[in-house]
Design a protein around this ligand. Structure first.
Ligand SMILES: Nc1ncnc2c1ncn2[C@@H]1O[C@H](COP(=O)(O)OP(=O)(O)O)[C@@H](O)[C@H]1O
Ligand SMILES: Nc1ccn([C@@H]2O[C@H](COP(=O)(O)OP(=O)(O)O)[C@@H](O)[C@H]2O)c(=O)n1
Length: 222
């Protein structure tokens, strides 16, 4: 049986991770959070005391980047070497550093290869892969390709509801800044040819999961 690959892209806070995870659980599929890898590399660069703005230092750190991530949608751990970084990669200092390392072409090539090998190796009937360039670069031949969007206002209020320790305005500013920096590298605000847009602005969580499952079902029938 051929493996179903589902590619999901979109801006920060659009629901990529939570919605993809829920859809993967419903389908018995694996789930891959590619943003976690970019975050883990940013963590690794900071941990080594290197400057994430220095492309050469970031490229040099790839050699010692011993990364692993689980693909179980019920819970996955992210490791760099022996260190469990599942929680620490969500810290604001990592979020603030990640766009700088993500714009280095050598980083993108390295991580794209890693994602493709994880997709190849999964033993589940399918995998949902979410990020910024999955529909266009990592898996342009995916069975289903989805751009998950939501208004900036909805994305910011969802994200600030999650991060109780920070003020809503700090979260909003950081999110806008990261989206702006990221969209200079990859276009995740407009759907490429053949990519289906799911706008979750006026959908609740379950309705968004259902909309994504519908797109997957329709693509599998083709
Ligand atoms: N349609 C929706 N309606 C309400 N809340 C949502 C919806 N989709 C996602 N969320 C919530 O928004 C927050 C951000 O979602 P997340 O999956 O982390 O986004 P992303 O991975 O795109 O950054 C999460 O708390 C999630 O539960
Ligand atoms: N496919 C991807 C995924 C993430 N990224 C980068 O990784 C960062 C973190 O991604 P994420 O998906 O964890 O971010 P959130 O949208 O969940 O906050 C993004 O801000 C991008 O800089 C990327 O460049 N390409």
């Amino acid at each position: 049986m051929t493996k179903t690959v589902v590619a999901v892209d979109g801006p920060a806070g659009s629901g990529k991770s939570s919605v993809s995870k829920a859809a993967a659980k419903r389908l018995g599929f694996a789930f891959l959070d590619t943003g976690a890898a970019y975050r883990a590399l940013a963590w690794h660069v900071l941990d080594a005391g290197a400057d994430p703005e220095q492309g050469a230092a970031v490229i040099a750190s790839l050699a010692s980047f011993d990364y692993s991530i689980g693909t179980d949608p019920d819970g996955y751990a992210v490791h760099v070497g022996e260190t469990d970084v599942t929680e620490s990669i969500r810290e604001p200092r990592v979020s603030a550093a990640v766009s700088a390392i993500a714009r280095v072409p050598e980083v993108r090539t390295h991580l794209t290869e890693l994602f493709r090998s994880i997709i190849r190796d999964t033993d589940k009937p399918g995998i949902i892969v979410e990020g910024r360039d999955i529909t266009t670069v990592v898996a342009p031949d995916a069975t289903a390709r989805i751009l998950l969007t939501a208004s900036e206002e909805a994305r910011m209020s969802r994200r600030s509801a999650e991060l109780a320790t920070e003020s809503a305005s700090d979260v909003a500013i950081a999110l806008q800044k990261r989206d702006r920096a990221d969209s200079r590298v990859v276009d995740f605000m407009t759907a490429a040819d053949g990519v289906v847009t799911v706008d979750s602005t006026n959908l609740n969580f379950d309705e968004t999961v259902d909309a994504v499952l519908d797109v997957i079902r329709t693509s599998q029938e083709k």
